[in-house]
Design a protein around this ligand. Structure first.
Ligand code: AKB
Length: 321
């Protein structure tokens, strides 16, 4: 019997994660099987199936699922922590109403779903070192509030409707393909751009700020591996339990990243002038315990600080940013 094609819809296809996940999925499943959905900022040179829609509009999404016979949905649309504080109402609207539409449609059309959570689900009352999978979730940003609420919604749909929904709590993601935009951990991306363009960087967090981070290639591989994993979903459902997986790779102080970067840009000057984003950084963990992801589906990161820094610099130089 011919295998049913895994037709995939990616919302937020041109955001930080989507712009790297879409090409990876196109390569794995073929361009004809991946529908990239964007709302704004759609690159003119995108090569693939494109749909323009807003996830808050359920009838548009339903039409896309039906038209393309979608089996799997990666629902990536989200405003991040810094942008989220500029308009909390809009952040709730986009992050939550988009998600609930996707979940309802996924129940109706029996889709599998991936949805990203974040270290932003943690807050100042969470133990900050080697933060456990199951722990206190009392975030102080609207973005974090939507991540906790989103995790609870996903658990509800998993237990109540049997939806196969999988999720990762991403740390700060570092990539050379998309310029930083709207996140607190984005200092660790901006330092590369400014360092290479101007030879200097004005860092918006203190030099001793430690946050969990990950190179984007690891994040994309982890995401695809989680969706491919043969998880014991039935056992979890029986236990009425569901987790967005903690995922860890590297944790470093801002000044450690600057020192590593100076090996490639010896004259780099970095100043530290913490602003309102420091409070957000301080509310998040220093490091994450991801043993559940490691034991349940074999998660393993590949990029450490020196390897990530070298790949970032080499690629940004090659693309003469
Ligand atoms: C942000 O800084 O807002 C994001 C995140 C940690 O989810 N990168």
């Amino acid at each position: 019997m011919a295998e049913i094609e895994n037709k995939i819809l990616v919302t937020g296809a041109f955001g930080q994660i989507g712009s790297e996940l879409v090409p990876a999925l196109q390569q794995k499943h073929g361009k004809d099987n991946v529908v990239a959905m964007g709302h704004r900022n759609i690159p003119s040179r995108f090569d693939g199936i494109l749909e323009k829609a807003d996830p808050r509009n359920i009838s548009d999404i339903e039409k896309i699922i039906k038209d393309h016979n979608i089996l799997t949905i990666y629902h990536l649309v989200s405003l991040l922590s810094v942008t989220g504080e500029k308009d909390p109402g809009l952040t709730w609207d986009i992050n939550m109403n988009g998600l609930i539409n996707i979940l309802d449609l996924a129940v109706k059309y029996q889709n599998r779903v991936f949805w990203p959570s974040s270290i932003a689900a943690f807050g100042p009352t969470t133990p900050q070192d080697n933060t456990a999978q199951k722990t206190v979730l009392e975030p102080t940003t609207m973005y974090g509030a939507t991540k906790v609420a989103g995790e609870n919604l996903c658990r509800y749909y998993f237990i109540t409707y049997g939806l196969d929904i999988r999720s990762i709590r991403y740390p700060g993601l570092i990539s050379w393909k998309a310029e930083p935009g709207g996140g607190t951990t984005d200092y660790a991306v901006a330092i590369f751009y400014d360092g290479l363009r101007k030879g200097e960087y004005n860092c918006f967090v203190r030099k001793d700020t430690v946050l969990p981070m990950m190179y984007m290639d690891d994040a994309i591989r982890g995401t695809v591996e989680l969706m491919d994993a043969d998880l014991d979903v039935a056992k979890r459902r029986e236990a009425r339990d569901w987790d967005s997986y903690n995922l860890a790779a590297i944790s470093f102080q801002a000044q450690e990243l600057a020192e590593e970067l100076k090996k490639h840009i010896p004259n780099l000057k970095v100043e530290y002038n913490p602003d309102h984003r420091q409070a957000i950084a301080d509310s998040w963990p220093n490091s994450i315990d991801d043993s559940l992801a490691r034991s349940e589906w074999g998660w393993k990161h590949e990029f450490d600080l020196p390897k990530m820094t070298k790949v970032m610099v080499d690629n940004l130089r090659k693309n003469s940013i």
